[in-house]
Design a protein around this ligand. Structure first.
Ligand code: TRP
Ligand code: ZN
Length: 882
């Protein structure tokens, strides 16, 4: 026996709603176990709906307490009510008012969807389908209504009452200990953008004057005592608001913008109109508890949610298949914002690293889906790297193909034409077609085809004719359930590097295909581009700035890659050349290890890493990126089949040790030289220096030098910031250095009361290589500090183990898989979204060696055999095993 798979929802079945809801009045009487909601909806038939057509409202685990039509109780014979729907059989032909009473239990809501409590604070999460857990509704993004919300609660427990839009009224409820507030949001919005918050929170106020002179009150609400941790988030918010005005001419549109930080949250944050709700890890920061990466993440997530005000809220999605319409575009916008705030090349490298480590394996495994899926069983499972990150790459390609000005004109047209609408990818692309005067039919395939295209490159130089030919072909490897794919439009930014290291000026128009400026546009399955008047053999630098989300199969010689690593004018491709050289060697070493043959790292690679280390022209952050070896998971992905994680781990360790031995002096200088100058600042420059010195220490610690352990211990005990302290703690634990146990205890004593800092404590232990780790995790799960209901804690301990500790998760005795399978089953009862996310860590199971993949399959079958699996986990396990 097993739970049924939910019916498939298909894009092709889309029908406009039969009824409209124009206004919503919500009256919310808050109570921990019995909150009463009265929703008054003004409803009208849409054009084309015949009079008396049934009205079906969505619900989810709801109890109906009352139902009135135009103020009169509806007789039981006029409707059917269930926890998941109400059907009113023949509603009036003319517009009518429906009043629905429901009662819900926020304290029992462990799914963290709908109305729940986090550390006593009432808050909501309605995307994608959480509003139907509050009241019955047409819970779909193409039903846009104007909301007025009255919130009532005991004043002592909930002094702060927040809703969407502007506050109209607030005051005591006479004769009681309660008070109320009324919020009104004038902008029509779908239910997924509804929010309310009530609790005893501290307010951190600020203001922002928009470009047209509007004075906007900004507030961040946090637990009392955490006010001082909001400065960076507030600063990031103001910079985001200014940037959207400067770069996209988008101004804010309400008198207030509120942010609330909560500690129990399924995702990063939520863009509810005028009332963003955040996972507190993306708000709270000070040098003592947050790393440089945390600061960068806060800046990016604050920007992301703010930017949704235009791309998501003012213009929303017609249906959930169009999720990338808001997410891909908004990720693109937040990436551009961070690039402008920091170093553009470093940001690009970080984004591509993320894409390759998260999206590429998704696209190559059983959970592959197009940027715009055509079918889903559970929409929560489509908030993926493909929709977000690949979706952003598609927008970036549009900009590359059309040029900045035309891209901007297309986006202007989109804002102008679709403001206030729920729309589609087709409508979005039509704006760019019109602005550019081109047809984007072939480009649209990027939204519809899953799988990462492989672009194969061969070059030939003819010295007699002075021609350089580049033959290109593209192919998408087979994707389960996808018929043969069509050639995509692939913008390949390029340069021909001459022998002196400079890009050759292309004066004669290349032949054989579309070449626009420094972009080759590959449009066919196969194409050959010929460059003329090339007086000596160049090195082709292709896919500069990672201009398309493809894999490049370009058989460059090691000398060419070394030349690129030293000379390429494109910083991204310089970094890529170093990475490619390292990757080739790591794959070679892993395969020798696999066969128990002697393995020695390549001198070429050691030399290239050495020149990066000593290059004085490279900035610190870029150096740190170049010196960060591909992760074990990246190497596994490159190997692709019959993967042995132990052989990969050993290969990486060999290369690290060889770098340490060969470049010990310079590493020591860097490890000591950069950190700890002056007071901590989170800016990109200072963060880059810390990244480089910690990267140098990481290598140096593997040198075997007698002073290494002392250096790491010193950094751990003396660091004045979390970035350095955590880097040292990670080395102590992951290298099993002498005082690791003491370090774990010291860190705990210091940070015990700060849950974000303790998440890092769990994470470092969970990602430690070594046979004891699964047992260690089981004992950590018994600590009172471990809370299975807190998503951040679960992710810190279990998700980080499953995705960041390949040798232990994929242990040859199966106990790593068992630990995660058991945990999924347990967490699934509390919070299906967190469980199903954890379950996706099995997605590359078929690429493992036969023994390990058999063990993974056993663990997956165990999950699958559970009778009452959630829809979320059922969907993932079914597709993973398919
Ligand atoms: N729209 C949110 C974002 O990208 C994502 C999100 C937040 C979400 N919470 C969620 C998605 C819960 C699904 C479920 O910023
Ligand atoms: Zn988003």
């Amino acid at each position: 026996m097993r739970s049924e798979t939910a019916p498939a929802i298909r894009l092709e079945d889309y029908q406009p709603p039969a009824y409209r809801i124009d206004t919503v009045h919500l009256d919310v009487l808050l109570d921990p176990a019995a909150t009463k909601i009265t929703a008054t909806l003004s409803i009208a038939r849409t054009q084309g709906t015949e009079a008396g057509a049934p009205l079906v409202l969505d619900g989810d685990e709801l109890t109906l307490a009352g139902l009135k039509l135009n103020g009169e109780d509806l007789p039981g014979s006029a409707y059917v009510a269930a926890p998941d729907r109400i059907e009113i059989q023949s509603p009036p032909a003319a517009p009518f008012e429906l009043t629905i009473e429901t009662e819900i239990n926020p304290d029992a809501n462990t799914k963290l969807m709908g109305l729940f409590r986090s550390s006593g604070t009432y808050c909501t999460q309605c995307e994608a389908e959480g509003f139907r857990r509050i009241t019955y509704f047409l819970d779909r993004p193409d039903v846009l209504a104007v909301y007025t919300t009255r919130i009532e609660a005991p004043k002592a427990e909930c002094p702060v009452l927040l809703g969407n839009g502007n506050r109209l009224e607030e005051g005591p409820v006479e004769g009681t200990d309660r008070h109320y507030a009324i919020w009104h949001d004038p902008h029509p919005k779908p239910a997924y953008l509804f929010a309310l918050v009530a609790g005893d929170l501290a307010e951190v106020p600020d203001r922002f004057i928009t470009s047209s002179g509007k004075d906007v009150a900004l507030n961040i609400y946090v637990e009392h005592g955490k006010e001082s941790l909001c400065a960076w988030a507030m600063d990031s918010l103001k910079r985001s608001m200014r940037w959207d005005e400067d770069v996209f001419d988008r101004e804010y549109d309400l008198d207030v913008f509120n942010i609330v930080a909560v500690s129990d949250f399924n995702m990063g944050a939520m863009e509810n109109k005028g009332l963003n709700i955040f996972n507190d890890k993306y708000v709270l920061a000070d040098p003592e508890t947050a790393t440089d990466q945390d600061y960068a993440n806060i800046e990016a997530v604050i920007a992301h949610e703010y930017f949704h005000n235009w791309t998501g809220n003012r213009i929303t999605c017609r249906d959930w298949f169009q999720l990338c319409l808001k997410e891909g575009l908004t990720v693109f916008r937040d990436q551009e914002f961070s690039a402008d705030m920091r170093s553009r090349p470093v940001k690009r490298i970080a984004d591509v690293r993320l894409l390759k480590s998260h999206q590429f394996p998704e696209d190559a495994g059983p959970l592959a889906h197009p940027v715009r899926p055509r079918l889903y069983h559970e929409i929560n499972n489509f908030y993926t790297a493909t929709v977000y990150e690949k979706g952003a790459e598609v927008v970036r390609m549009l900009k590359t193909l059309l040029g900045s000005e035309t891209f901007r004109a297309g986006l202007d047209l989109y804002f102008q034409r679709h403001d206030g609408e729920a729309t589609t990818i087709e409508a979005f692309l039509a704006c760019f077609e019109e602005a550019a005067g081109t047809d984007l039919g072939q480009f649209a395939l990027w939204y519809d085809q899953a799988g990462t295209p492989v672009v194969t490159v061969k070059t030939r130089y003819d010295s007699r004719r002075q021609t350089f030919s580049v033959s290109l072909s593209q192919e998408i490897p087979p994707v389960p359930g996808q018929k043969s794919s069509k050639p995509a439009v692939i913008p390949l930014r390029y340069g021909l590097i001459g022998p002196n290291g400079e890009d050759i000026d292309i004066t004669t128009a290349p032949e054989g295909g579309r070449v626009e400026g420094d972009v080759i546009v590959l449009e066919k399955a196969k194409q050959e581009i010929t460059f003329r008047d090339i007086s000596s053999a160049p090195v082709l630098s292709l896919l500069r700035d990672f201009s398309a989300p493809v894999r490049l199969d370009h058989e460059l010689q090691s000398e060419d890659l070394q030349f690129q690593a030293a000379q390429d004018s494109d910083p991204f491709n310089r970094w890529q050349a170093v990475q490619t050289l390292a990757m080739q060697d790591l794959v070679r070493l892993a395969s020798l290890n696999r066969e128990d043959k002697p393995a020695v790292p390549s001198q070429d690679v050691l030399r290239v890493l050495g020149s990066v280390l000593s290059d004085t022209s490279l900035d610190a952050a870029l150096k740190a990126q170049a010196l960060t070896l591909p992760s074990e998971a990246d190497i596994a992905q490159e190997i692709g089949k019959d993967v042995d994680p132990d052989a990969i781990h050993a290969a990486r360790k060999m290369l690290r040790q060889a770098v340490a031995r060969q470049h010990g002096d310079i590493l020591l200088g860097l490890a000591r030289g950069l950190s700890g100058e002056g007071a901590y600042s989170p800016d990109a420059d200072a963060a880059g220096k810390r990244a480089l010195s910690n990267r140098a220490l990481y290598y140096y610690a593997a040198s075997g030098s007698p002073d290494a352990a002392g250096l790491v211990w010193d950094l751990f005990t003396k660091a004045d910031n979390m970035t350095d302290r955590l880097a040292a703690l990670t080395l102590l634990l992951h290298d099993h250095m002498p005082r690791e146990t003491e370090a774990i205890a010291l860190y705990k004593t210091r940070h015990e009361t700060n849950s974000l800092a303790m998440d890092k404590w769990f994470m470092v232990q969970a990602t430690a290589p070594g046979d004891e780790t699964p047992a260690k995790i089981r004992s950590l799960m018994k600590l009172p500090l471990y809370e299975a209901g807190n998503p951040n804690r679960v992710r810190a301990l279990l998700q980080s183990f499953a995705t960041g500790n390949p040798t232990q998760f994929a242990r040859a005795d199966g106990t790593g898989f068992e630990l995660i399978a058991e945990s999924v089953l347990e967490i699934d009862k509390l919070n299906p979204q967190v469980a199903s996310r954890l379950l996706t860590s099995f997605r590359s199971w078929r690429a493992l060696d036969p023994q390990r993949s058999a063990l993974a399959e056993t663990a997956l079958l165990r999950v699958s055999s559970c009778e009452d699996l959630s829809r979320d986990s059922r969907d993932i396990v079914d597709r993973t095993l398919q």
